[in-house]
Every structure is written in structure tokens, then in C-alpha cells.
Design a protein around this ligand. Structure first.
Ligand SMILES: Cc1ncc(C[n+]2csc(CCOP(=O)(O)OP(=O)(O)O)c2C)c(N)n1
Ligand SMILES: [Mg+2]
Length: 433
């Protein structure tokens, strides 16, 4: 019998064999990085539609890139939010504080004071600047990389560190992974490690706000990798169907631990373009341009407040450091990526802008950085008095059974008693039970 013709799928079938595409990042460790394929349009070149416009008119905004700060460090075009110098300096201050906080907490993990930390280096504008464009009581549903929101909203830093150290001052009693904060007073929804769950929650909260005739809107932040989760798509459907007053911020830092953005669909289209299929307003924004981040969030907030509909914003940025303290990016990506990244550093860009408009100088910057580092150091010392990892100054063991049921059911009482008995046997008199 003659062999099956080459390239055919099955016997007697001359249709071509099917093949599957498996995405592969452009650069691996040791590779020379060339980002010339990334289109960086001129600052100020994108039109700014009216906040109440039809999403169908926003195609360009979903595929292009909203940019305000140009190579000349000046603000350009219709998206310039025209913030006064005091506001710009405050924005710079929050970003500098976020960076100082990240540095110290990262070192704390390396010194064994906590088990885990996640930095947001290079992505500060996507939380700080966006948060500044919202009202303080708008409800935010962040992921784990938006510590900048808490810093901008004035959440006491000692609470953040107590939580990271899971010590006796931790209001969450050690029940959450370090950095998974929660603050009702700061309209900051409890962070969940289950990716993308915050997106339908934000939409649901926004729907409830509208049902109640309230004036507060909701905003959520989700990583580009997490948009591959079904929850994100349910969130988009509910948002568009009910015209929920919500902002869906997608932080495209191009990596999801060691998986590059291609696995979430970035080889095919932009994340902002997802909006078009749902009939949502979609904006793709230079995430390292603090003014563009502010302007886009403000546009979306105005739209939501006017009952004109939800917005999906893609912040195009780059995760400059490892995913977390448990990660080593040198194992899967080229170390050159960070320095070759064409959109620069958000802190430097805002600093250079302030200097260019005559409202800042290098000495003041040095002082700001020093004061931020000193502040974090001082608060860290205060938090350390409440305990660090492994020093026993945590909430008593038995508290893990508390706060869930009004009255502890019999089977949990039994489990609690057994757990305490076993612990007493293992560490006689040594641990706070
Ligand atoms: C449902 C779910 N799947 C997988 C994980 C493991 N995980 C934690 S973070 C992460 C990467 C997420 O990447 P991305 O959404 O791009 O956010 P980024 O970390 O870049 O900010 C993964 C896969 C998880 N926590 N939850
Ligand atoms: Mg990511």
C-alpha cells in the first residue's frame, strides 16, 4: 500500500496537517534585547474624545497609546491633565515613598523578617497617579501590586508593615499572605491571591452603588496575565450589560511570573482592544507616563460618574523587577530588557518634567528620597516592636478559629482543642496559645 502523502492529516485525506502555535517570548536570558518593534507614538498625538462618547468611536485609543510627557519632558496634547505644581510634587512624593517602601520591605524579606514581598518598581504611576484621579471614597479592588494606592490614600504605613510581618499588630491576624492588605476605612477591598476575583467583585459593587442611587464608583486593577481568567470576562460582560459605574484597569507589565504576555493573548492584539468586543470604552495608555495615567483614569471616572458607562484601561508598562521575593527572573528573561524598555521610568519622567517646568531641582529630589527612606526606616522600627517573622510575637494560636462564626460550632471547638493540645505537646510552655 502506498504511503500517506506527506503533509496530509490522515489516510486518504490530502488536507494539510494542522499545527498549533505555542507563544515564545522574544528574548531569553543572555539574548540581546531589541524593542524596536514597539510602536511609541509621539506624546500628545492621540485625540481625546468626550467622556460620554460611543465606544465604537474609540478604536484608535484601544490600539494606540495615550501619552502626555514627551522626550522634551514637557506635557503635550489634549490629554494633558494640567495639574498644578503642588499636585505634581505630591504625586512624585507618593511614588518616591512607594519605591522607598518597596526597597525596605524587599530587604526585610531577605533578612528573614517576613516570608514574602512583592515590589511594583516601574509601575508606580499605574497605582499612584490613577488613584489620585479618583475620589478618596471611590471603592478600589486592587491586585497585590497596588501598594501605591494605600500610600496615596494615607493608609498608616505601620499597618502595612504589621501585616507584612504578620505580627501582633496585624489587624488581619496573620490570616492573609503578607501584602494582601484590607482597609474598609480607605475604601480598599481585601486583596485576594485568587487572580481576577476582584474584577467581578468591583463590577458587582459598582452595580450595587448604582442600584442604591449612591455617587461612588468602583475601580479594579488586574494584571495582563490574569485577564486570561474567566472571571475577567464575566466582569466585562456584567459591566457592559448593566452600564456599571466601574473602571477596569489592566496593568500590562508584560510578565505573569515567568509567563510572558503572549500567553494571555498579547501576540494577537492589545489588552485595551478587548473592550471593543464587549462594547466598553477602551483606552491604551503609556503606563510609565504619570500624567497620562492620571488623565486616563480621570476620563474614565468622569464617564462612570456621568452614567455614560464603564471603561477598560490598559496601562502598558514593564515589570522592572522579579515577580516576588520568591522569583528569580534571570532564569527566564534577558536582563537587558529593563534598560532597553523604551518608555523609561515613571519616577524619573515626572521628576524631569517638574525640573523642566522650573518647579523642582536635583537637591529637592535628593532630599525627598532621603526623607522617604528615613520615614520608612522609622516606621519599620516601630512595627518591629510588634514582632517579626519567627519571633513569636504574633496573634495567639487559638485566634485562628475566631471571627468566622458568631458562635463556634461543636466540630471546630473540637478541632481547636485538639490543635492546642498538639501544640502544647510539641512546644511545652513555649508558644503563645
Ligand atoms: C487563579 C490563580 N491562578 C494562578 C495563580 C498563581 N499566580 C499568582 S500571581 C501570577 C501571575 C499573574 O500575572 P499578572 O496577572 O500579569 O500580574 P502581575 O504579577 O504581572 O502583576 C500567577 C500565575 C493564582 N494566584 N491564582
Ligand atoms: Mg503581568
Amino acid at each position: 500500500m502506498a504511503d500517506r502523502p506527506e503533509g496530509s492529516a490522515a489516510k486518504g485525506d490530502n488536507r494539510p496537517k494542522l499545527s498549533l502555535h505555542v507563544p515564545e517570548p522574544k528574548f531569553r536570558p543572555g539574548d540581546t534585547v531589541d524593542f524596536s518593534h514597539i510602536d511609541v507614538p509621539e506624546a500628545g498625538s492621540m485625540a481625546r474624545p468626550d467622556e460620554t462618547c460611543n465606544p465604537a468611536e474609540m478604536r484608535d485609543m484601544a490600539y494606540g497609546l495615550v501619552r502626555v510627557l514627551g522626550e522634551d519632558d514637557q506635557a503635550h496634547g489634549p490629554w494633558d491633565p494640567k495639574l498644578d505644581p503642588d499636585t505634581l510634587r505630591a504625586m512624585l512624593g507618593h511614588m518616591a515613598m512607594t519605591r522607598a517602601f518597596d526597597e525596605r520591605m524587599f530587604r526585610g524579606q531577605r533578612q528573614g523578617k517576613t516570608s514574602f514581598y512583592m515590589k511594583c518598581t516601574g509601575e508606580e504611576a499605574t497605582s499612584v497617579s490613577a488613584s489620585m484621579a479618583l475620589a478618596a471614597d471611590d471603592m478600589v479592588f486592587p491586585s497585590y501590586r497596588q501598594q501605591g494606592i494605600l500610600i496615596q490614600r494615607g493608609y498608616p504605613m505601620i499597618e502595612m508593615i504589621n501585616q507584612i510581618y504578620s505580627n501582633k499588630g496585624d489587624k488581619l491576624k496573620g490570616r492573609q499572605l503578607p501584602i494582601m492588605y484590607s482597609s474598609r476605612e480607605h475604601s480598599f477591598f481585601t486583596i485576594s491571591g485568587n487572580l481576577a476575583t476582584q474584577t467581578p467583585q468591583a463590577v458587582g459593587w459598582a452595580m450595587a452603588s448604582a442600584i442604591k442611587g449612591d455617587s461612588r464608583i468602583a475601580a479594579t486593577w488586574v494584571g495582563e496575565g490574569s485577564t486570561a481568567e474567566g472571571d475577567f470576562h464575566s466582569a466585562c460582560t456584567f459591566a457592559t450589560v448593566y452600564n456599571a459605574p466601574v473602571i477596569l484597569n489592566v496593568v500590562n507589565n508584560q510578565w505573569a511570573i515567568s509567563s510572558f504576555s503572549g500567553f494571555a493573548g498579547a501576540e494577537r492584539t492589545t489588552f485595551a482592544a478587548r473592550a471593543l468586543g464587549y462594547g466598553l470604552a477602551g483606552l491604551r495608555v503609556d503606563g510609565n507616563d504619570p500624567l497620562a495615567c492620571y488623565a486616563a483614569e480621570q476620563w474614565a471616572a468622569n464617564r462612570a460618574r456621568a452614567n455614560a458607562g464603564p471603561t477598560l484601561i490598559e496601562f502598558f508598562t514593564y515589570r522592572a523587577e522579579g515577580h516576588s521575593t520568591s522569583d528569580d527572573p534571570s532564569g527566564y528573561r534577558s536582563a537587558q530588557e529593563r534598560s532597553e524598555w523604551p518608555l523609561g521610568d515613571p519616577v524619573m519622567r515626572l521628576k524631569n518634567h517638574l525640573i523642566a517646568i522650573g518647579e523642582w531641582d536635583e537637591e529637592r529630589q535628593e532630599k525627598m528620597d532621603l526623607e522617604a527612606a528615613e520615614h520608612v526606616k522609622k516606621v519599620t522600627k516601630e512595627a518591629e516592636a510588634n514582632g517579626i517573622l519567627g519571633h513569636g510575637l504574633h496573634h495567639p494560636f487559638r485566634t485562628m478559629f475566631e471571627d468566622v462564626f458568631e458562635e463556634l460550632p461543636w466540630h471546630l471547638k473540637e478541632q481547636s482543642a485538639q490543635a492546642i493540645r498538639e501544640r502544647e505537646t510539641k512546644f511545652p510552655g513555649g508558644l503563645d496559645l
